[in-house]
Each structure stands twice: as structure tokens, then as C-alpha cells.
Design a protein around this ligand. Structure first.
Ligand SMILES: Nc1ncnc2c1ncn2[C@@H]1O[C@H](COP(=O)(O)OP(=O)(O)OP(=O)(O)O)[C@@H](O)[C@H]1O
Length: 258
């Protein structure tokens, strides 16, 4: 099958507590996938399993048909970049150093960055609007600035798959749309497969080719945004009454809480 990312009857437990059960999903090249679902429904756990940040059994997660358990760390890093949820980063690295870390899979262990690496880093910093503070320490950045730096690092990594865990949660409304637009554009112009966890349903509606809606560690719905985000699904999954309203000039519907 022509899948870039595939999970096959994926289970995961934290100790005795089952988080994901029997999850089989398939994702195709160059599409933008959003993962939505309430707090605690297993979105981050799923993303971490695909990124190999949590252990799986053999033959549960595949990238281009290869069992990720069998891939060397560098191979994995050339294929998959991750924009994790922002946690405190207390390291005294500069913005430039952090973005350059995205080039690690392409340099030898003690190797120096070459011109290609430097160009890639500068381009990623400019795309995400962090070039102006490239020499600042990351401990001196706001949450939103740091979030864009981490995105720049993933862009500089130049992978075919990008996994993002709420990349816009700390951003102001301007950057929320700008960064969503940028990631969507990377997906469309470079054929990158994007898997993006997002809470804002209107953003998910606008910037997704396909959506997976999780409820209690299982897929509640999968498909096109307008087929997955409905009054009924939002009520069932989030226990919230919403209306889906046609916008006078935009083609995607808007979710409004009643
Ligand atoms: N390290 C851990 N140890 C034990 N339980 C965990 C751990 N990490 C997450 N969990 C639990 O697993 C469940 C799923 O968590 P996960 O982070 O995957 O959910 P999520 O859908 O991403 O939630 P949110 O929207 O709040 O980020 C939650 O109930 C959470 O408390």
C-alpha cells in the first residue's frame, strides 16, 4: 500500500492503564492530517509512538513500509521531524544553535556545518520570523517566539514527515494563522506529510486534508474536515453543543459554541 505512515493494531499503556487500543491508521504522502480530540484522548501518545519517542512492539508503526523499530536513529531523523509541546527549555543555547540542531542527521558526529546546512538554517529562521533574534539565548524568548524557533528547527531538518504537537498553542492570532499557513504551504509545495495536533476546530477545518478525531484512545471519526467535524461528533466527543455556520465569503464552515 502507498502509505507514508501506517499504524497496525497499535496498543499503548502507561503501566496498567490502557491509553490507545487497536489503532490502525494510514496516511498518504503530501497530505495535511490533523489530530483532534479532547484533553487526555491520546493524541500526544499517538504522535510520540509515530516519532518513536515511546516504545512499541515490533511491526506496529511503519514509515514508507519500514518498521520504525528497525530504523537507525539517523535514518529516523532524516525522515521524521517533531515539533513537541513547548516545555521549559533552560539551556543557554542561541536561537541559531537550536535551529542548527535540525541539521544533525546530515553532519558527522563532530562534523562542522557546511554552507548547505547554514543556508537551510537561515531560510528556516526567515520563514518562521525568528531571524531577527538569531543570536538571542532561547531562555530570553517568549513562549510564542520559542515555539517558532522549534518549528524552524524542524523545517531545517528537511524531512518528508513532520509531526507537530499543538504548534500554535502559544501564538497570538496573527502567528496562529501565519504558522498554520506556512506549515500547510510546506506540505503542498514540498510534498511533506504533516501530522498536526490542534485544538482549535476552526483552524483544523481550514488547514487539513484529513482529520482523525480521537475519543478515549480510539478513532471516533476519520476523513475530510466537513465529514468529521459535525454537530453530532462534537456533541459525542466533547459534550459541547455547537452550530456549524456558513461564512459569507469563506468556503469552510465555522464552528460556533451555542
Ligand atoms: N508519562 C505518563 N505517565 C502516565 N500517564 C500518562 C503519561 N503521559 C500521559 N498520560 C496519560 O495518558 C492519557 C493520554 O495522554 P495524551 O497526552 O496522549 O493526551 P492528549 O489527547 O494529547 O491530551 P491533551 O489534549 O491534554 O494534550 C492521559 O490521561 C494522560 O494523563
Amino acid at each position: 500500500m502507498n502509505c507514508v505512515v501506517q499504524t497496525e493494531k497499535l496498543d499503548f499503556s502507561y503501566g496498567e492503564r490502557s491509553i490507545l487500543e487497536n489503532l490502525s491508521i494510514q496516511m498518504k504522502k503530501g497530505l495535511f492530517y490533523s489530530i483532534i480530540g479532547p484533553n487526555g484522548s491520546g493524541k500526544t501518545t499517538l504522535l510520540k509512538l509515530i516519532a518513536r519517542l515511546l516504545p512499541t512492539e515490533h511491526k506496529r508503526v511503519f514509515i514508507n513500509g519500514d518498521d520504525i523499530d528497525k530504523l537507525k536513529p539517523k535514518d529516523m531523523a532524516k525522515r521524521v521531524s517533531v515539533v513537541p509541546q513547548i516545555t521549559d527549555m533552560q539551556y543557554e543555547f542561541s536561537v541559531y544553535d537550536i535551529v542548527m540542531m535540525g541539521r544533525a542527521p546530515y553532519t558527522s558526529r563532530f562534523g562542522k556545518a557546511n554552507t548547505v546546512d547554514e543556508e537551510s538554517v537561515v531560510k528556516a529562521m526567515k520563514e518562521t520570523g525568528v531571524y531577527a533574534f538569531r543570536d538571542k539565548k532561547i531562555t530570553q524568548l517568549s513562549g510564542g517566539e520559542l515555539q517558532r524557533v522549534i518549528l524552524a528547527r524542524a523545517i531545517a531538518q528537511e524531512t518528508e514527515i513532520m509531526l507537530l504537537d499543538e504548534p500554535i498553542s502559544h501564538l497570538d492570532i496573527g502567528y496562529q494563522y501565519e504558522i498554520s499557513e506556512l506549515v500547510y504551504d510546506l506540505c503542498k509545495t514540498k510534498g511533506i506529510t504533516v501530522i498536526n495536533i490542534v485544538h482549535d476546530l476552526n483552524i483544523a477545518m481550514r488547514y487539513s486534508d484529513q482529520i482523525f478525531m480521537l475519543k478515549d484512545g480510539a478513532i471516533y471519526g476519520a476523513g475530510k474536515p466537513e465529514d468529521v467535524i459535525t454537530k453530532t461528533s462534537i456533541k459525542d466527543v466533547y459534550a459541547v453543543d455547537v452550530e456549524l455556520i456558513d461564512h459569507p465569503t469563506m468556503k469552510d464552515k465555522k464552528v460556533v459554541v451555542k
